[in-house]
Ligand binder design. Structure first.
Ligand code: V47
Length: 367
């Protein structure tokens, strides 16, 4: 490491790097100095050091599939390529169709359920869905409904968000996914996702889930109109939430993809910016155990490269069950990753592949 802190590295960067090497927390100002002034190679080395310290050589993955109950949505997020009025066709799964999907799914540890915020479905539909899946496949963890969906269920049912979460937990909900975070700063939200649950609502709902023993993930949609200052502010609010509750399991940076949506005029970021973003996320979020690269969004090659920039989790097999990212222009139009691919990626990168459940319990390790 010290050879990276040669005389050519500015004193301020050296000082911050030494803090990181000695497991000291960095401030938002220091994070901004790093992203603007440190070479990507140095950022990678520092992120790798933090990753090793937190996760040793583990590379986590899961056998999972998605259910997207509907693409009808009351919101008009500008980055969305999935909504029915954007794609020109709508779907609404009945509970009988959901039963069919679950019956047909192969071996899996997790089902990830998220979709549009439907204009009419009532809370009992979602509650029954969770109960149904649990009764069909009790061994599968149900990671379902973004904070935005939870907020909508509360508004429609007259329950509070904590009551909604409590009832869903009782029905069999195991974890919350991280969707809906986008960028927390309100001036950006006002443009890209007006009228949607705001940052305070998102953070409150995750905090309520944690209080009930439901663990969750957090995300950030990056690479559109936000600045580095907005990104670091976002990371800081996640770090603060985690200091308070400890209930976040993974942070997942989601790279904006620009096909078939109202922000298609924006260029996608170059890979080097992804590397910087993942590295600084790993370094800054010293209290979140896992940094996940979501390969259906990033592509398999970029995902593998990100292993050297702080990533210890690459999500799951997916089995071609999600449309959100292929519609937005991701490389894999029919995303599938098999067990051998996970094991090979781990081996090529000197990592130990570990198959997990939604709560990061080890199910199997592969040599
Ligand atoms: O909130 C939508 C993002 C999110 C685009 O918790 C887009 O394990 C890029 O949160 N380009 C939903 N991103 C998905 C999500 C998620 C995904 C994987 C794993 C987990 C987890 C959660 O997808 C939305 C939004 O930020 N998104 N459209 C787009 N064009």
């Amino acid at each position: 490491m010290n050879e990276f802190l040669s005389e050519l590295v500015p004193e301020e960067i050296k000082k911050i790097s030494k803090k990181i090497i000695h497991h000291q927390r960095i401030s938002t100002d220091e994070a901004l100095v790093l992203v603007h002034e440190a070479e990507p190679g140095l950022l990678g080395m520092l992120a790798d050091k933090v990753r090793q310290n937190i996760n040793n050589d583990s590379l986590w993955f899961i056998r999972n599939f998605h259910i997207e109950p509907s693409n009808l949505c009351i919101h008009r997020c500008k980055f969305c390529s999935f909504r029915s009025d954007v794609t020109g066709s709508a779907w609404e799964l009945s509970l009988a169709e959901i039963r069919e999907i679950v019956d047909k799914a192969g071996p899996a540890e997790e089902v990830h359920i998220t979709g549009g915020v439907h204009p009419e479905r009532n809370f009992s539909y979602y509650e029954e869905m969770v109960k149904l899946i649990k009764s069909l496949r009790p061994e599968i963890h149900i990671k379902a409904f973004s904070a935005v969906e939870i907020d909508d269920m509360a508004q429609n049912s007259g329950l509070t968000t904590i009551e909604v979460l409590h009832q869903l937990k009782h029905a069999g909900l195991d974890a919350l996914p991280g969707g809906g975070a986008e960028i927390f700063r309100q001036d950006i939200r006002r443009v890209i996702c007006p009228d949607k649950t705001d940052a305070l609502g998102y953070l409150r709902i995750h905090s309520e889930a944690h209080k009930l023993g439901i663990r969750s993930n957090a995300t950030m949609l990056y690479g559109h109109m936000e600045s580095w200052d907005d990104r670091i502010d976002h990371l800081n609010r996640i770090r603060q939430l985690q200091d308070e509750t400890g209930g976040l399991q993974a942070f997942i940076p989601l790279k904006f993809r620009n096909k078939n949506n109202s922000m298609a005029n924006l260029e996608e970021l170059p890979l080097v910016e992804d590397l910087r973003l993942f590295a600084v996320s790993r370094i800054f979020l010293d209290n979140v155990q896992h940094i996940k690269a979501y390969w259906p969004m990033l592509g398999k090659d970029a995902t593998e490269m990100l292993l050297a920039f702080g990533v210890d989790d690459i999500d799951g097999t997916i089995n071609d069950t999600t449309k959100i990212y292929s519609l937005a222009g991701a490389e894999d139009q029919n995303p599938v990753m098999n067990l051998n691919e996970f094991i090979s990626i781990a081996r090529r990168n000197n990592r130990q592949a570990i198959r997990r459940n939604s709560n990061y319990e080890t199910l199997e390790t592969y040599q």
